[in-house]
Design a protein around this ligand. Structure first.
Ligand code: NAD
Length: 468
């Protein structure tokens, strides 16, 4: 549900008033419903000369049955044909009446700053021809994977381009940069599928890194990619956790919801509606990691997806913060996740190809007044993800995090109205996100064909102005 201002601003009278007074009119964002096509509308695919990712992108688009026009150059026509893509080819000018739902540009051929003009050449003529809730994806090579300082600088420059375009594009459009390591081209599928679809409604201005995964990505049913998987979701009785449980179940997983014993009734209601099961535990107790591992082993023979969502805030400025507040927040939000991960790993309960997804926060990136404990814990979560990724990769397990910005939940509804309105509007979408937006990003990381994503921290914040 859009917030009251967004609904009013989009009513006929609201449009008139916001237009006359020059007030912002947040776009009502398109969101995914089961059975929806990944992308409905035309995709324009282009590339800088010498790029290596256009064929991989064409293959993904062909798999999605996307309606694609490949831009401007003859060699893309061959890439599209080789991928079996049914594409119209524009040689030179894009027809005046063409409108695009998505623009995908392979920038890996840019090896020098002077070639950055390729970005202008591709996007300038078409950026005003995008539809509402459009998607822009720029594909690049991570600076650390390039062959020269000039290439590294040019590829790093793509960050400034995508983040700036994200602030310009408007109408609920999103813009992302995806760095794909040489050799990891086959791992592009799940990420392109997510970023081009309505599932990524509140994700914009992000940099995603794809590396070579441990195993060849399997072909998945795009509507039920998690079929047959067992997913543990902590803090599942309400809020974002309940949305995560619902999206993972929608995508085919059997969800094991976990929450504290006093919330058993709510938890059971959430999980039984999804055909899942539940487990009560306070994750900070000494025996929680072992009892969780034992339950997953005995009831399900292991676990494929672990979502560390349970978290709390106990705000005070540092000078007024009692040690108990510090301890409790750090223990629930960070230390217990580390203990559970260690136990699941050492007990062999994590199945091959398992996915761990953590919920960090924008407060761990930008910091927040009154949240030294919370900001510390959530930055620690990001640190854990980055540090554990190479360790887990050896066991074909991945770990990633989402960092939500302002999400419409009971927690944010309780924030005083002035602060709430500021938090809600200070992003490129001029609105708060929904719990489902966080859940969709988690489902993307959890997908069986997301093995190339490991150690990423992606914000679900509508490109918040806080903390670049
Ligand atoms: N709401 C937002 O805008 C926002 C923004 C950034 C990050 N987050 C993060 O998203 C996650 C979910 O937030 P929410 O807004 O849905 O909060 P919420 O309070 O509605 O839900 C948190 C859940 O975690 C459970 N939990 C707390 N302590 C636990 C423990 N010791 N053992 C087991 N379960 C425990 C709670 O019982 C609750 O069900 C949290 O990690 C939060 O920090 C939320």
């Amino acid at each position: 549900m859009p917030d009251t201002y967004t609904s009013l601003a989009n009513s006929p009278i609201g449009k008139l008033i916001t237009g006359q007074l020059g007030l912002p009119r947040p776009t009502i964002l398109e969101r995914y419903s089961p059975g929806d096509a990944t992308i409905s509308g035309q995709v324009l695919l282009g590339a800088a000369p010498g790029g290596r990712l256009a064929p991989a992108a064409a293959t993904v688009l062909a798999g999605l049955s996307a309606n694609v026009s490949t831009a401007l150059r003859g060699d893309l026509r061959k890439a599209a044909a080789d991928a079996g893509l049914d594409a119209a080819v524009f040689n030179g000018e894009v027809p005046g009446d063409a409108r695009f739902k998505a623009l995908v540009f392979d920038a890996t051929g840019i090896t020098d700053s002077t070639q950055l003009r390729e970005l202008h050449a591709f996007f300038h003529p078409v950026v005003r021809r995008t539809q509402s809730c459009s998607r822009v994806v720029v594909l690049g090579t991570a600076p650390e994977d390039t062959g020269s300082p000039r290439e590294a600088a040019a590829q790093r420059a793509l960050e400034g381009f995508t983040r700036s375009l994200g602030k310009e594009i408007g109408q609920g459009g999103t813009v992302q940069l995806v760095y794909v390591a040489p050799g990891a081209e086959a791992f592009l599928g799940s990420t392109l599928r997510f970023l081009l679809s309505a599932r990524s409604a509140y994700v914009s201005g992000q940099v995603v890194r794809i590396n070579q995964g441990a195993a060849t990505p399997p072909v998945v049913d795009v509507h039920r990619p998690l079929e047959g998987k067992v997913a543990l979701v902590t803090g599942a009785s309400r809020g974002i956790g309940a949305a995560i449980a619902s999206v993972l179940a929608r995508d085919g997983a059997h969800v094991v919801g976990l929450d504290i014993p006093p919330l058993a009734e709510d938890l059971e209601a959430v999980t039984s509606a999804l055909g899942g099961s539940f487990l009560t535990a306070d994750i900070t107790t000494d025996d929680a990691p072992q009892s969780i591992a034992l339950h997953l082993q005995e009831a399900h023979g292991g676990v494929d997806i672990v979502v560390h969502n349970a978290g709390i805030t106990q705000d005070r400025t540092l000078a007024r913060m009692k040690p108990e507040r510090w301890e409790r927040v750090l223990d629930i939000n960070l230390s217990s996740e580390e203990r559970i991960n260690d136990e699941l790993l050492s007990s062999g309960v994590l199945n091959t190809g398992a996915r761990i997804v953590c919920v960090s926060s924008i407060a761990g990136i930008a910091g927040n007044n009154g949240q030294t404990n919370y900001g510390t814990s959530k930055a620690g979560v990001a640190g854990m993800v980055v540090a554990m990724a190479p360790v887990l990769a050896k066991q074909q397990v991945t770990i990633n995090a989402v960092a939500p910005g302002f999400i419409e939940t009971q927690m944010t509804a309780a924030v005083p109205i002035a602060i709430r309105e500021a938090g809600r509007r200070m992003n490129s979408m001029s609105q708060g996100g929904l719990p489902v937006d966080v859940a969709e990003a988690i489902a993307w990381f959890a997908a069986p064909d997301s093995g190339g994503l490991n150690g990423n921290v992606v914000r679900v914040c509508g490109q918040s102005l806080l903390g670049a």
